[in-house]
Design a protein around this ligand. Structure first.
Ligand SMILES: Cc1cc2nc3c(=O)[nH]c(=O)nc-3n(C[C@H](O)[C@H](O)[C@H](O)COP(=O)(O)O)c2cc1C
Length: 173
């Protein structure tokens, strides 16, 4: 099957890449936010950098723009409830942090207790393709923690039933 970008073949190809899912949290000094992120990847080896893409429609994007730190947590297969909370609801309507155990990290960035495989880092650059509905934040990791046991990641195809709290189209420019 071949097709034009933006149509079915593109969506299907990316679905087959099947990226692992993250929960990205942040705090701007006043308010906390966090959402599920499937668009991400390492983007430098030395120095280490990790990129995450945030939808302009999301509250997490609006808070991250002014945050000193973000925390990037790996979701495990057993974390369906956390995925539904952070991916299926929006902080515009609900205080997600009233529904999960968390600890305050540097500059108040919330660390989700159930998700120990994580990095905390500073956003050092943003890439804003004005035509796109997501904005890239490049993160310089400062602290990394790992669980003692092996992570069984949750992948995109494991979360087919989670309806995003905000549709990306809401943030289109
Ligand atoms: C499987 C899945 C993958 C997602 N990937 C992203 C992503 O890469 N970037 C993003 O900003 N939102 C992504 N979302 C959407 C947000 O997690 C969702 O809209 C969330 O409710 C936004 O919450 P907020 O408004 O509190 O930030 C994804 C959602 C799901 C279910």
């Amino acid at each position: 099957m071949t097709d034009d970008p933006g149509s079915h073949a593109f969506d299907e190809l990316v679905r087959r890449f099947n990226s692992p899912l993250l929960v990205v949290t942040t705090c701007d000094g006043h308010e906390r936010a966090g959402c599920v992120v499937g668009f991400h990847g390492q983007c430098s080896i030395s120095p280490p950098r990790y990129s995450i893409w945030l939808s302009r429609a999301n509250r997490t994007y609006r808070i991250a723009m002014f945050a000193e730190y973000v925390a990037i947590h790996a979701l495990g297969l057993d974390d369906r409830d956390i995925a539904a909370l952070f991916g299926g609801t929006t902080g515009d309507d609900l205080d997600k942090f009233a529904y999960c155990a968390w600890t305050s990290g540097p500059s108040g960035v919330p660390l989700v207790d159930r998700l120990p495989n994580r990095m905390i880092g500073r956003p050092v650059a943003f890439l804003d393709d004005r035509a796109a509905d997501h904005v890239c934040a490049v993160i310089a990791p400062e602290r990394v923690s790992l669980s003692a046991s092996r992570l069984r990641p949750m992948y995109l195809t494991d979360a087919n039933d989670v309806e995003p709290g905000h549709e990306a189209e809401e943030g289109a420019v």
